[in-house]
Design a protein around this ligand. Structure first.
Ligand SMILES: [Zn+2]
Length: 416
């Protein structure tokens, strides 16, 4: 087989070019899903892939599939990709690297005139981040049959606009029904978003699975009253309850060696300096490689919340809004990544993803694996997020090799 090499400069140029769409003063990106900026980067992605001869399909959750034909049109495509939406103070690499590394791998095939056995597709999943519409990974969730499409389309952002309306507004509600798109396999490159690869000086993470994750919403209702005239013993201060719950979540997670627990959103009503807060909305994110540990954390937090509510005279309602089990990736796809890292001459280690990814949902309906590259100081969901040109290139090169390896596995299976 010809030795195909991706072009590190071209990949880096794409990363820096698309980073201008929604660029923040501190060097990050704010490109929330289904906004005008998201449309701009989607239009760019569509134009790039079409210029390589790809046909671009959009499904009715807005997910984009750019397809390059192979020898066999009847074989489902091998897909690779990630997401182009970001957090409000996101970095240049989370998601973007996975889509642009896939684009660079596709370009490399195109320039070499390499004919694969299966069609190859680059995917841009809608709303991976969940920053504007909760839950995260909503489109890959519908794709995998975890969420219902109508429910997903009715999810509203904090301003009241629904996911479906936002899709229509940017013109990316496609004709294909989400999920009616079979894949032979899916590969996702991503920055690690954690410290292990950098600390161990490894080029590539061979991701064998994803830790379990649960999201909750909590509403705390007390009573808004005058901040000057209401004596302390007569208050039902919802924010005081929320403060104690933030502490409780932190303490619950610290009881387990691998667990993490986070309150990421706190909305205080009515939000006036001289009114005792009567209502607080907050979100809670709990994770551990073992789902049973999350159960124990959630139970303890619920028990504590009841005690806090009783003491302060508050009504506290906890609603579970998403629950992702621990994921084990496909052994054939993981083997393709391992072989790809080896043949490309990169140091590598097996690891579990500590963050949620579209690949976790896709793995329910297609053989899937992920490739991690190091990021500086393990920092992500932050404008300072950084991976070097060489680190990004290594991810793209391993992606290309893994896809070609899997393509050969497929050709054998179909008895070419
Ligand atoms: Zn991501």
């Amino acid at each position: 087989m010809k030795n195909l090499s991706i072009d590190p400069e071209r990949l880096w140029d794409d990363l820096m070019l698309t980073a201008r769409i929604g660029a923040t003063p501190k060097g990050g990106i704010c490109r929330l899903t289904l906004t005008a900026l998201d449309r701009e980067v989607r239009d760019w992605f569509k134009a790039q892939t079409e210029s390589l001869g790809c046909a671009v399909t959009v499904d009715d959750m807005g997910t984009m599939f750019a397809r390059r034909e192979g020898q066999r049109a009847d074989v489902p495509p091998i897909a690779m990709g990630s997401h182009l939406d970001t957090q409000p103070t996101g970095g240049k690499f989370d998601g973007a690297l996975g889509v642009l590394a896939a684009l660079e791998a596709l370009r490399t095939l195109h320039r070499a005139g390499y004919e694969t056995f299966a069609p190859i597709e680059v995917v841009n999943w809608t709303n991976e981040e969940g920053a504007r519409f909760s839950p995260p990974m909503i489109a890959s969730g519908v794709f995998a049959g975890v969420y219902r499409r109508d429910w997903a389309c009715a999810r509203a952002d904090r301003g009241g606009e629904t996911f479906g309306a936002a899709l229509d507004n940017i013109g990316y509600r496609g004709a294909q029904r989400c999920g009616d798109h079979r894949l032979s396999a899916f590969f996702e490159v991503h920055i690690e978003q954690g410290p292990f690869l950098e600390a161990e000086d490894k080029d590539i993470g061979i991701v064998t699975g994803v830790q379990a994750m649960r999201w909750y919403e909590m509403t705390i209702v007390g009573q808004d009253t005058h901040a000057g005239t209401t004596p302390m013993p007569r208050r039902h201060d919802a924010l005081l309850g929320a403060a104690r719950i933030v502490e409780t979540v932190n303490r619950a997670a610290r009881q387990f060696p691998q667990a993490v627990g986070t309150v990421g959103i706190l909305e205080v009503k009515p939000g006036s300096p001289n009114v005792v807060p009567g209502e607080v909305f907050l979100t809670m994110d709990l994770r551990d490689p073992d789902a049973a540990v999350i159960d124990r954390m959630a139970q303890e937090i619920a028990t504590q919340a009841r005690a806090i509510g009783a003491e302060l005279g508050l009504e506290i309602a906890i609603k579970a809004i998403s629950a992702e089990p621990a994921v084990r990736f496909d052994s054939g796809c993981v083997a393709a990544v391992r072989a790809a890292a080896k043949i490309s001459g990169y140091s590598a280690r097996d690891m579990i993803s500590r963050a949620g990814h579209d690949a976790a949902f896709v793995s329910r309906v297609a053989p899937t694996a992920m490739i991690f590259v190091p990021c500086k100081d393990g920092i992500s969901h932050n404008e300072a997020e950084y991976s070097s040109k060489e680190q990004c290139a290594a991810g793209a090169q391993v992606l290309l090799q893994a896809v070609l390896d899997y393509d050969r596995q497929l050709a054998e299976r179909y008895g070419r």
